[in-house]
Design a protein around this ligand. Structure first.
Ligand code: ZN
Length: 242
């Protein structure tokens, strides 16, 4: 079974549609949260995600903000403005879809969370130290996370007690071995200075993880961001991936 793993779509419909086309055949989709926030197409993205096959989908911190579940003061100015804009445009039905999403999903040997297994909504796993604390906490062999918008893999072998950061290259499959924390990067707002949309294919039979990057028409998204009156910075960053 092939699972398309996506995260941090951030209301970027063009990137989402390009990823879905580029991914080819898959049996299931696991979405790690932040469907909305920053971008101009929150309703459209939610409506597309809902139709994906065998969907497992988490709520992210920006989704919670768009529902008014967390104070917008927790965000920087741009994210705050975008969240307030999103609150205004979200339809009742689409808000309801976000509201029902869980913070944590456990499936077979995997635990899925937006931030980290021990702090699903807010913790960023960016370095081996924080990965280590999460390995100590995890009950599963593998954790899938988003939130940082960076494609990353951390690994810790059972006989060792220090996590390491494994380099991730697009198109090169990595064989999964206990224990690993894997991040597919961001569909709609990559932050590793590579503007291409990021996603992963998880092959549950072969136990492999393959990162993919794909160019999309980011200038059309930039136009919609400006037309919507969203912060200009959110348009600029899509050109360079920061
Ligand atoms: Zn995000």
């Amino acid at each position: 079974m092939k699972v398309l793993v996506i995260s941090d779509i951030h209301a970027n419909l063009t990137a989402l549609e390009t990823v879905l086309e580029d991914a080819g055949d898959y049996d299931a989709v696991w979405c790690l949260g932040d469907l909305v926030g920053y971008g101009p197409d929150p309703n459209e993205c939610i409506e597309v995600v809902q139709t994906l096959p065998n969907l497992k989908c988490l709520i992210g911190n920006h989704d919670q903000a768009a529902l008014g579940l967390i104070p917008l003061e927790r965000f920087n100015m741009d994210a705050h403005q975008a969240a307030a804009w999103t609150q205004n445009v979200l339809t009742e039905e689409n808000s309801g879809f976000l509201y029902d999403l869980p913070e944590l999903i456990e499936v077979e040997r995997f635990v899925l969370s937006h931030g980290s297994p021990r702090n699903p909504m807010w913790e960023y796993i960016l370095d081996p130290f924080v990965a280590d604390r999460n390995f100590d906490f995890m009950q599963h062999d593998f954790a899938l996370v988003g939130h940082s918008h960076l494609p990353l893999i951390f690994s810790r072998k059972p006989e060792e007690d220090v996590a390491i950061n494994i380099p991730v290259l697009a198109q090169q499959p990595v064989t999964l071995e206990p224990q690993m924390i894997l991040n597919p990067g961001s569909v709609g707002q990559p932050r590793d200075l590579d503007r291409r949309a990021s996603y992963a294919i998880l092959d549950l039979a072969e136990l492999t993880w393959q990162l993919h990057r794909v160019e999309y028409n980011f200038s059309s998204v930039q136009l919609r961001i400006l037309e919507a009156g969203l912060p200009e910075r959110q348009a600029l960053r899509l050109s360079a991936g920061w």
